[in-house]
Unconditional design. Structure first.
Length: 77
């Protein structure tokens, strides 16, 4: 954005584009963590009731960790 656009954005919105970026990235990570806790809890309950094997439980955990790492790399670099 050029300086005129930045000034107009801040004057109309009351905040800077970097503040909006920080809030959106925080929201993405909050949703991801809530989803991850839900997925791990459901997988754990399935494992404790012997509906899932240990390998399937670990698969859920590894997929969540992989998604978290990939999003961290793309959004915070």
């Amino acid at each position: 954005m050029n300086p005129d656009q930045l000034t107009a954005f801040q004057a109309n919105g009351g905040f800077t584009p970097s503040a909006v970026s920080t809030v959106l990235i925080g929201a993405v990570f909050a949703v991801l963590l809530v989803w991850g806790v839900w997925a791990l809890r459901v997988a754990y309950v399935g494992w404790s009731q012997e509906r899932l094997s240990e390998h399937q439980l670990l698969g859920v955990a590894m997929r969540f960790a992989a998604i978290y790492l990939v999003l961290t790399f793309f959004l915070l670099s």
